[in-house]
Design a protein around this ligand. Structure first.
Ligand SMILES: Cc1cc2nc3c(=O)[nH]c(=O)nc-3n(C[C@H](O)[C@H](O)[C@H](O)COP(=O)(O)O)c2cc1C
Length: 458
């Protein structure tokens, strides 16, 4: 797919790091500054979760007990903020993501010699991560977890870079439990070495341009920095680590370098998971810190686990383009949405209904588009697919439960799906929630014009 001609205008060129993103959110009324003092234990996450739930903007916590460092949360936890992050209109999010995910559109990172995070450095025996403001988020969590860091690694054979997310529980001043599913690229990398058990270098980048955060959530066999470059329309600047030979985003607020110890395992967990429950404890590799660097006046960044941003980055933004491609194979005007409240298991398809059986065909296509998609609801154009109450209205007033629902038992889903078996086998369900004129004639739907209440109340 070719790049649009006006790409440089559309791709948020003013956003080069977290600070410029915060400024862009502020200008758009999408930033909530929190001046009141909050505790790192539970309170910060409670307020950040409430902000996300009420669409109150991204949170910039300016006054946190025991630290001078502010904390930023919820940067990409709504369609409005995803659009600002991607430098586009809300209606163009899937297009921009689709173009950025196209391998031929990738733009390689650019290596530079110095980064602002060289301004402050702690190395060796002095390392004590207790000065970092790492929150204990949810009441069911097993301790203080780094959740908003992007793990940067390098393929020891091919040399390509990789970005991803790994929850990390602080075990001691310079060690963390590092959660990693076996099939993640970082695991494949360390196992591909002659001595797979040897310490493996990685870096954690915290406080980033959201293009890098969004790219890091994509599962792909290429360096995700190419995707971040494609989003921005320019190569992302990177700088070598001080103690590890890895190219790290140069505009990061904070960088933590060190080595994974694949065989030195310790229990870590539980942590609020993407499916909305607390996960179990894992016996995970440990991560030993060799260097911490940060910009002057750094901003720490956290993703509230098991909440909107976690789902947006991991499930919504990287998968909607794929889902749309599958569905548009059958209906080239259909629109799609993976609502964050459905944890990546629910997909909504919006169509101009024609043939009575088409909605069910579309639901089958959606089920096959991604292993996680289990429930599919098809609605008409007069239903706002971004509003949960609208979906409920369609389910209540347009579904005949004997005729409009079908299920596929024994289908493969995600092994962490709470209603599937331990191996992820479960039942996928398609619901045709479109209006069936052939069944019974109704008039048109009641609708009132949108107005600005401030014009009437003040
Ligand atoms: C907020 C967030 C937290 C995540 N935490 C973990 C984790 O703890 N362990 C893990 O293996 N994957 C985790 N993931 C999933 C992956 O790291 C991520 O989606 C990434 O794309 C992995 O792709 P890769 O195998 O290409 O590196 C998380 C994803 C997100 C968005």
């Amino acid at each position: 797919m070719s790049q649009p001609a006006d790409q440089s205008e559309r791709r948020g060129t003013e956003i080069v790091d977290l600070r410029t993103y915060i400024a862009a959110l502020d200008r758009s009324g999408q930033l909530a500054r929190v001046p009141k003092e909050v505790s790192l234990t539970h309170e910060l996450a409670d307020v950040a979760a409430a902000l996300a739930r009420s669409d109150g903007g991204a949170g910039l916590f300016e006054n946190i007990t025991g630290t001078d460092w502010p904390i930023f949360t919820g940067g990409v936890s709504s369609h409005q903020r995803a659009a600002i992050a991607l430098g586009c209109e809300v209606d163009d999010i899937i297009d921009v993501m689709e173009q950025a995910l196209e391998p031929e559109n990738g733009i390689a990172p650019v290596r530079i010699d110095t980064a602002d995070w060289h301004q402050n450095v702690v190395e060796g025996d002095d390392i004590d991560t207790n000065f970092l403001p790492i929150p204990t988020h949810s009441r069911g969590d097993g301790g203080a977890f780094i959740t908003g860091a992007v793990t940067v690694a390098k393929d020891p054979i091919g040399g390509r870079g990789n970005l991803g997310y790994n929850r990390m529980l602080r075990l001691s001043p310079n060690r963390f439990g590092f959660n990693v599913n076996e099939w993640r690229d970082v695991g494949t990398f360390w196992k591909s070495r002659e001595d797979p058990d040897a310490p493996f270098p990685i870096a954690l980048a915290i406080g980033l341009d959201p293009a890098i955060m969004i790219a890091a959530g994509v599962k792909t066999p290429v360096d995700e920095l190419l995707i971040a470059g494609a989003i921005r329309g320019r190569g992302i600047e990177v700088c070598r680590g001080r103690t590890v030979d890895i190219d790290i985003p140069a505009a990061a607020e904070i960088v933590i370098e060190g080595h994974l110890h694949p065989t030195v395992r310790e229990p870590e967990g539980p942590l609020a998971e993407f499916h909305g429950y607390h996960g179990e404890e894992w016996n995970s590799p440990t991560f030993e810190v060799s260097c911490i660097s940060w910009r002057d006046d750094p901003i720490y960044q956290s993703i509230i686990p098991g909440w909107y941003e976690h789902i947006y980055i991991g499930n919504v933004l990287p998968r909607e383009p794929l889902l749309r491609r599958f569905v548009r194979h059958l209906d080239d005007t259909a629109d799609v949405h993976i609502p964050p409240y459905g944890n990546g298991f629910l997909a909504v398809i919006q169509i101009d209904r024609d043939n009575p059986g088409t909605p069910k065909n579309l639901a089958m296509a959606a089920m096959a588009a991604h292993i996680n998609i289990r429930n599919v609801i098809v609605v008409d154009r007069d239903v706002d697919m971004y509003q949960p109450s609208e979906i409920q209205w369609a389910l209540t007033n347009r579904v005949h439960w004997d005729d409009d629902v079908f299920s596929v038992a024994g289908a493969q889903g995600h092994e962490m799906d709470p209603v599937a078996s331990q191996r992820g086998v479960g039942t996928k369900v398609g619901i045709d929630a479109t209006y069936k004129r052939e069944r019974r004639e109704y008039g048109s739907r009641v609708a009132y014009a949108p107005i600005n209440l401030n014009d009437y109340l003040s």
